[in-house]
Design a protein around this ligand. Structure first.
Ligand code: ACM
Length: 777
């Protein structure tokens, strides 16, 4: 699929920018085609094509790949309620049925280039390459507008299209959390829908080794399983063993072959990652002889962050790695193998006498040279197998071979250095393309890194920073967004964090850089939204979802409610009678003055189509003083996360927004007049973060009771201690507990600082919500 420089847009496409602008102006209007990524050149021509149950799809003779794309298109269209259209072979000289959808080869160079030409008589899908034919097919699917009675119409249009970059990737971390093969196949379909063409599959890490290796069965027998962190998982015993239930899973060879074939048929190349020589804990738990004595890894660990464990540099270890690469390259036929190279800690090598002896034998000056040595050995091993090495930007050491590809994650500096040296590079910088960042700051956004990476942020990503220069930018293969799954426990969360941001990524990677208009993109996304639903793609609605905010008015009888959404897009409609908002519900264009108590439900629409789930929020005198942790200010932003509780094992879990390094919260401008009681929901979570020496910097105020207290201080965290809520009642529960206390009378308006006085780091206490209660008038 990665057809290198050949896939870059030929020069004459630059001239198409004008017509793109014209197209975009049309696309922003109602009923215009909702294409993502936007094509280089598209012109609406007038007469539409009517798609019916009787429309055949014609494919060229003896063209198995075209036939597969035709079948793929027919399958996609069934999701819109059309029956499976019949496939026919088009033979030269035979009369052909009209109207028809026609797949046809045409001469060309770029394997991904394609054209679409639709009028009343036919819908023609043209390409030179196999990938181009599939791109044309998904384009036709995106163009189809259903008529509600089993048919669809395709607008008259002429499209000529080609990608800006040959690498448009998503990285899925299957090590931190495991996803089913069925989910990964769905993901490949969602990628193909957006012309994304590289799935970087992160298969090994400290917390799990997920790829079966026949030569080393313990990698998955041992390395694929861990006991999750926290008291709740420790108490969740497996009846068969009497031991805590293990979390995990792995992909065996038949499953990998099936997924690879599935991806190839959708022209998605899978780049497997075996992360070396760090992020090694799971492998070392399985085969201790691969590690650096006397360090041992007793079991696959369950903390997030960076472990110090590394592979040793014995010859036997390289023999092990060669055998692993034999199986990896046998399973994955693509050009690239990713060997990690990120976040390698030197301390175990530094402390080892055996490593010191090996260094001498290998003529290496210091442990700092081991990383480069490791990568050179891996690169030679891959070249012998006809493959190319790709690694994270730490592989940029002086001896790095020119044929290695560098994936820039610590910003874009790695890409600039690599490209300047003449190495190919892929941009996947943190934070710009790191999908573990939440995409909104709404209280319901869910777990992830707190600093927001919105859909607009991804859409605004610039893969051609000026610092790169024209010469070096020729080495930029493209870009990739990474889904690290520490905080994506379920497949639904992975889908939520990936889409629709992956749609924005697809457009940045595929479409011409100019013009780029986020509102126009949103209009096309809104047009595509019903198709996401039809395909079962559970994309996050964060950009469209109504935020329901209330301001309680003096007197305690009314609330002023405003509705807005992140994208400032669509029609926000609401109800207050308990019914689901519908396309006919009133618009919330002005602030609403509502009598208490009231439940406001809202959803965002584009005409009849719903663009968001429906969201509800209760307002009452009793709730006026209540704030969730996500609605409070954090005392810091060092490692700010929204984390899930570890309990209950099944069912919904509380979510805590906090800065791990400064676990305290500010309730700004609290009016304390008349407040008589305080309640607060707190939870204890495992401190399962490998943060090295930083751990010692975490300090807590001294508690006055054995289990500690939640403290509330006035005006600042150095201010007067107003109240203590003892944690003893919460210490016995794995889930959240509501603490309550009388509040000493206090008037005025104050910032409140909430923090925990606790005897030790664990259990690590977190605030779910706090409520300042006033007796009912
Ligand atoms: C990385 O995020 N450690 C590549």
């Amino acid at each position: 699929v990665l057809n290198g420089r050949g896939a870059q847009a030929p020069r004459h496409w630059r001239a198409a920018v004008l017509s793109l602008a014209l197209y975009s102006a049309v696309a922003a209007g109602a009923g215009a085609p909702a294409l993502i990524p936007v094509p280089r050149d598209a012109r609406l021509t007038g007469s539409a094509f009517a798609l019916t149950a009787a429309t055949p799809i014609l494919v060229p003779e003896r063209d198995a790949s075209a036939r597969r794309s035709a079948e793929y298109l027919a399958g996609l269209l069934t999701h819109l309620g059309l029956p499976a259209l019949a496939l026919r072979t088009e033979r030269a000289g035979e009369p052909r049925p009209a109207p028809a959808i026609v797949f046809r080869r045409r001469p060309g160079t770029g394997l991904e280039d394609y054209a679409v030409a639709v009028d009343g008589g036919e819908a023609l899908l043209l390409a030179h390459g196999d990938a181009g034919l599939l791109h044309a097919a998904v384009t036709l699917f995106q163009l189809a507008v259903t008529d509600g009675s089993g048919g669809a119409s395709i607008p008259g249009i002429r499209i000529e299209d080609a990608p800006r970059y040959p690498w448009r990737g998503l990285m899925l971390d299957s090590a931190r959390h495991y996803q089913s093969p069925e989910f990964i196949e769905s993901l490949i379909d969602w990628m193909a829908l957006h012309k994304l063409n590289v799935l970087h599959w992160h298969l090994t890490d400290d917390q799990g080794w997920r790829l079966e290796i026949h030569a080393y069965p313990r990698l998955t027998e041992v390395g694929a399983w861990r006991v999750e962190a926290g008291d709740a998982p420790a108490h969740d015993l497996d009846p068969e063993t009497g031991e805590p239930r293990r979390y995990g899973g792995y992909y065996d060879h038949p499953t990998v072959r099936r997924i690879v074939r599935y991806a190839r048929e959708r022209h998605v190349e899978i780049v497997p990652e075996i992360d070396l020589p760090g992020h090694a804990s799971a492998a070392l738990a399985a085969y201790p002889e691969l590690g650096v004595p006397p360090v041992t890894v007793a079991a696959v660990p369950n903390s997030w962050g960076v472990y110090p464990h590394v592979f040793n540099i014995d010859e036997a270890t390289f023999r092990f790695l060669e055998q692993v690469l034999d199986e990896v390259t046998e399973l994955f036929p693509g050009r690239y193998v990713h060997v990690g190279g990120d976040e390698v800690q030197l301390e175990e090598w530094q402390a080892s006498a055996r490593v010191a002896t090996r260094l001498k034998a290998l003529h290496l000056k210091s442990v700092a040279d081991i990383h480069g040595y490791f990568m050179r050995r891996l690169e030679r091993a891959l070249v012998r197998r006809g493959r190319r090495l790709i690694g994270w930007d730490e592989i940029l050491t002086p001896g790095l071979s020119r044929s290695a590809t560098v994936m820039s994650w610590r910003g874009s500096a790695g890409a600039i250095e690599a490209a300047t040296r003449g190495n190919d590079t892929v941009l996947s910088p943190d934070p710009g393309l790191y999908l573990d960042h939440r995409q909104s700051d709404a209280p319901w956004e869910g777990p992830g890194r707190v600093t927001v990476l919105s859909l607009a942020d991804v859409y605004g990503f610039d893969p051609a920073p000026p610092a790169l220069g024209a010469q070096a930018s020729r080495h930029v293969l493209g870009l990739q967004a990474n889904a690290w799954t520490e905080h994506m426990r379920t497949e639904a969360r992975v889908a939520h964090m990936m889409f629709p941001r992956a749609a924005a990524l697809a457009e940045v990677g595929w479409s011409a850089p100019e013009p780029r208009d986020f509102r126009d993109f949103l209009a096309r996304l809104a047009g595509l939204w019903p198709k996401y639903a039809a395909l079962g793609l559970p994309a996050a609605d964060s950009v469209f979802a109504p935020r329901i905010e209330g301001r309680y008015l003096e007197g305690g009888r009314t609330v002023e409610v405003t509705l807005a959404n992140q994208g400032r897009y669509g029609q926000l409609r609401y109800t207050v009678d308990g019914s689901e908002p519908a396309a006919a519900s009133p618009l919330a264009s002005e602030p609403l003055l509502l009598a208490l108590p009231v439940r406001v439900r809202a959803a965002t629409f584009q005409d009849r189509d719903r663009l968001s789930k429906s969201y509800a929020r209760d307002f009452s005198a009793a709730l006026a003083g209540r704030r969730a942790s996500a609605e409070l200010k954090l005392c810091g932003n060092a490692i700010a996360l929204t984390l899930e509780d570890d309990a209950p094992i099944a069912g919904p879990r509380a979510q805590f927004t906090l800065d791990l390094m400064h676990p305290c919260w500010i309730y700004p401008q609290a009016s304390l007049a008349g407040i008589t009681r305080i309640s607060a929901a707190v939870g204890q979570i495992p401190f399962n973060f490998e943060i090295g020496a930083e751990r010692a910097k975490l300090r807590f105020p001294p508690p006055v009771t054995a289990a500690g207290e939640l403290q509330i201080l006035l005006d600042s965290c150095e201010g007067e201690l107003w109240l203590r809520l003892p944690l003893a009642p919460a210490a016995v529960s794995d889930a959240t507990t509501v603490l309550e206390a009388e509040a000493p009378a206090r008037g005025g308006t104050h910032d409140l600082c909430l923090r925990f006085a606790q005897p030790s780091l664990e259990p690590f206490w977190a605030l779910d919500w706090v409520d300042l209660e006033r007796p009912a008038p």
